[in-house]
Design a protein around this ligand. Structure first.
Ligand code: 3H9
Length: 698
């Protein structure tokens, strides 16, 4: 492997150049390289000053997150930063790109900092449930003052180079000649300026403590990293530098060991792993008719909620959209819906009037399907009716240009049927947007057998252009997300049958960190949707099938839209109180099935659902529907509000161990055999004492 740090000497200046793509993370090899280069520069009498710089797109964007949790390797980043600061020769940092976390801590340990004018600088450790652990909590307040230091650490938001210069975080700015500018400056610099000795922001102790007290009062007592950050910054004032840094070290270790950090770090990598489709290593996107991008024009069929949302996502990305609706009425409704979205944006100040109008100029609404003869990709967003969709794919197969990708936004129809209907199976796949499509990041790409990999890469490229997170799923009905959802709902219904109430289940999941419970969500999206689907399918023969939702729909209770569902809603209210008539129906159904209601604790309810998701996730990975366990987690987090800081059910399974999970499911299986069909992969994992994480990189 190429050495990730090089030392160059020129005119008495030593340049320590870091090269560890993609983001120059401060891995063990990089830290060792910097240390070696530093020693060499310090012991070379011809060298009067040292520059730390990086090749590639950025100065280090932080410590190497993938090394966290592994045994610590020398030199640690805090030690390295201390050595840089203690250098008897001036050290200057040449900053560009995204100077984040440990990268900024290295820069703050240097004596002088010059940044390219487009640099972003930040301390985003909090987004990983951590705090700056390489002296950042001690050096930042000394350089920029208590308020700015706390802002950067508690929000994790980067600041611009201009701002950094204004607040004194960097000493100067440069353009593309950054490296030369810093080298020239270094050649003239003789004085060292350790940050630890800077005291101007610590002089007014009373004011400093008042700011600390104010911030502390705003924090939730349980927010570990946030509270530790404030403690450490307080220590920067009250204690000598080394003592403050020791406190920081301990706090960092505590945060690193916390489940919240484990969950957030897992999510960080899961989100970056999910878009890695095998097709991307095989081929590129389809050739386009004209235009510089992999997708230059989009067609959409159907302007309902989903179609309009997808159109908005495309328009926001600057893509021309041709949307086909049935009849003038359909066109008007779609235009109203999309127009209202931009109008709201203008009213709330999210966009300017000019931006709203500009987006709409890229929209063509028509009733003529033939208008879709030149687009690079056509997305069908019709109601979930297989015959309707089949008919549409038959037509699109004849209309779409040669090489166009035909995508269905179906949630649970069989894509193979649509492939066949189109007469061009290699062009057809599913693009399953989550609602509202213009806001939700997640898009499942349902990849059917015998689709052309180029079509998959084109669909993937579109999702990236829209700023979405694509997750690959085999094109089986329900993909990953809806299969997880259905499994969870079925398990939740069993809990109702056995004695829980919808409000109890909802509360249990909310206290776990979900924004809403499953029954609240069903009330919000409309109970009639699931009802229509169930009626189109053969009846569930399971004697323990809960027909409560069907009975409610028969009574005309569709949730919020009818004011009554699992909850009853006062006019215009989104929060309801449990529907007593629903509870009555539930009690009746239990009686009819001879079930005596029992009591559940929140924890039992939650565990039951978690075990269900793990089992279903293992099944989806085992059958190849999901590429890897962390994709299941990414879908749960970004599709269904599973708390991101918990990582997802598959991480949870690893933390509990698959072996323990299996034991617990086996106990539940004895009580309710028809609910639990144990996934073979879970059994394998348990037998091998393995972890799902082992499959993530495979
Ligand atoms: C820290 O520094 C702790 C210290 O205070 C104390 C230590 C004692 N490590 O996001 P992208 C990989 S905590 C390892 O797609 P972009 C990423 O996985 C750290 N890997 O690109 C991906 O890999 P792959 C504080 C990292 O251009 C590739 O780089 N720093 C790291 O959209 C490209 O990433 C942070 O929290 C890392 N630190 O965005 C910054 N960072 O290609 C975290 C990235 O195999 N990083 N990777 O999938 C970011 O915010 C964004 O990656 C960044 C680039 C803005 C830098």
């Amino acid at each position: 492997m190429k050495h990730p740090v090089r030392l160059e000497r020129q005119n008495g200046v030593a340049v320590i150049a870091i090269e560890n793509p993609p983001v120059n993370a401060l891995s063990t090899a990089v830290r060792r390289g910097i240390l070696g280069a530093l020693h060499a520069a310090l012991s070379d009498d011809t060298i009067t000053a040292i520059v730390i710089a990086a090749n590639g797109k950025t100065f280090p964007a932080g410590a190497d997150i993938s090394e966290f949790g592994q045994p610590a390797q020398e030199p640690s980043l805090p030690e390295l930063c201390d050595l840089i600061e203690a250098s008897h020769k001036p050290v200057l940092a040449a900053l560009h790109g995204t100077v984040l976390g440990g990268g900024l801590e290295v820069a703050m340990a240097a004596h002088y900092r010059v940044a390219h004018d487009q640099t972003q600088l930040g301390l985003p450790e909090i987004l990983l449930g951590l705090l700056p652990g390489a002296g950042g909590t001690q050096r930042a307040p000394r350089l920029v003052g208590v308020d700015m230091a706390l802002d950067m650490m508690l929000t994790g938001k980067p600041i611009t180079a201009d701002q950094a210069q204004r607040i004194g975080l960097v000493d100067g700015l440069a353009g593309d000649d950054l490296r030369d500018v810093v080298k020239a400056l270094a050649a003239e610099t003789r004085e060292v300026r350790p940050t630890r000795d800077q005291r101007q922001h610590l002089l007014d102790g009373k004011q400093f403590m008042a700011r600390i007290a104010a911030r502390r009062a705003q924090l939730r007592p349980k927010a570990l990293a946030e509270n530790k950050i404030v403690d450490c910054v307080e220590a920067a004032l009250l204690l000598p530098f080394d003592a403050g840094r020791d406190i920081e070290r301990e706090a960092f270790t505590d945060c690193l060991a916390s489940p919240v950090s484990a969950g957030l770090r897992h999510s960080f990598f899961a989100e970056r792993r999910a878009p890695k489709f095998p097709e991307l290593t095989q081929t590129g996107p389809r050739p386009v008719n004209s235009g510089p991008l992999p997708v230059n024009a989009v067609g959409i069929v159907g302007g309902g909620l989903m179609g309009s949302g997808i159109a908005i996502a495309c328009l926001d990305a600057g893509l021309p959209v041709t949307l086909v609706e049935q009849g003038e009425d359909g066109v008007t409704k779609a235009l109203d819906r999309i127009g209202a979205h931009y109008q709201r944006g203008v009213e709330t100040g999210r966009i300017t009037e000019a931006q709203g109008s500009a987006a709409l100029t890229h929209l063509t609404l028509t009733t003529t399907l033939d208008a879709l003869n030149a687009q690079d990709i056509i997305i069908e967003a019709l109601p979930e009716d297989l015959e309707l969709k089949q008919e549409m794919f038959r037509k699109l197969g004849g209309i779409a240009r040669y090489g166009a990708v035909l995508a269905s936004n179906t949630s649970y129809q069989d894509v193979a049927v649509l492939q066949q209907a189109s007469g061009r199976p290699g062009d057809v796949l599913a693009l399953h947007f989550f609602a509202p499509a213009h806001r939700m990041k997640l898009v499942e790409i349902g990849v059917p057998r015998n689709v052309d990999p180029q079509a998959v890469v084109t669909a993937h490229a579109l999702t990236k252009m829209l700023g979405k997170m694509p997750v690959r799923s085999a094109a089986v009905p329900g993909f990953i997300g809806n299969q997880m959802l259905v499994a969870g709902r079925r398990a939740a219904d069993r809990l109702l049958l056995d004695g829980a109430t919808p409000a109890q289940v909802d509360n249990a999941l909310r206290s776990f960190g979900f924004p809403m419970g499953p029954y609240q969500i069903q009330d919000m999206s409309g109970l009639d949707i699931g009802w229509a689907r169930r009626r189109a399918q053969p009846e569930d023969p399971d004697p323990r099938y809960l027909s409560l939702a069907d009975r409610m729909c028969e009574a005309g209770w569709f949730g919020q839209k009818t004011g009554k569902g699992y909850y009853v809603y006062a006019e215009g209210e989104r929060h309801g109180v449990p529907n007593p008539d629903m509870l009555h129906l539930l009690a009746e159904e239990r009686r009819a099935k001879g079930i005596t209601a029992r009591k559940f604790t929140d924890r039992q309810l939650r565990d039951h659902l978690l075990l269900t998701w793990v089992n279903e996730g293992a099944r989806l990975v085992g059958t190849g529907t999901a590429t890897r366990p962390s994709d299941v987690d990414a879908v749960m987090v970004h599709g269904f509000g599973y708390p991101r800081w918990r990582g997802g059910p598959m991480l949870d399974a690893d933390q509990t161990t698959p072996f323990q999970i299996l034991r617990r499911i086996e106990i539940l299986q004895k009580e309710d055999p028809s609910l639990w069909d144990i996934a073979p992969l879970l059994r394998e994992m348990a037998a091998e004492r393995g972890k799902f994480a082992d499959l993530n990189e495979a």
